[in-house]
Design a protein around this ligand. Sequence first.
Ligand SMILES: [Zn+2]
Length: 160
Amino acid sequence: MPLYIYQSEAAFIVRTSRQFESIETCWQLLGTSSPSGVTVITYVVDCGPNAVHEPTFCQPDQDYLEREGSRLVQRYGLRHVGGAHSHHRLGLNVPSGYDVRTTMDGMRSEGLQRFVQMIVTYDDVNTRLNAFMFTPDGYERMDLQVLLGTSPVRKMEESL
Ligand SMILES: [Zn+2]
């Protein structure tokens, strides 16, 4: 199944992942999702100024996320379609066992049928964005399709 992401949002992930060299960082993915599961990522939110970053752990700034999340949802009608975090140079391009457990537990407690998880890895040259669609039955790799240009939501945000 394809996962669409605007070029500006993929670039935002690539750029901000590199600000935390060999340290984990994380993001929230906002966008739209059709009943059949076609998902478009329109805006990526970073983890905030008071997030905690460790080599294999990222604790987002919860106040920032709640404030930004509700503002963006109300202003643009977006949904929280997924999350992303960096495995930086760990060489693990798939969700860890811990990632799978926490994602499935989170979906169960929120009553979600679908949730995207993106795992970001990089080396000296390349950055990889690995996307997975989780459902109550498990997860599968998604084919990431980049929509050229700047997302309309980011354009609006930059003009504020
Ligand atoms: Zn992980």
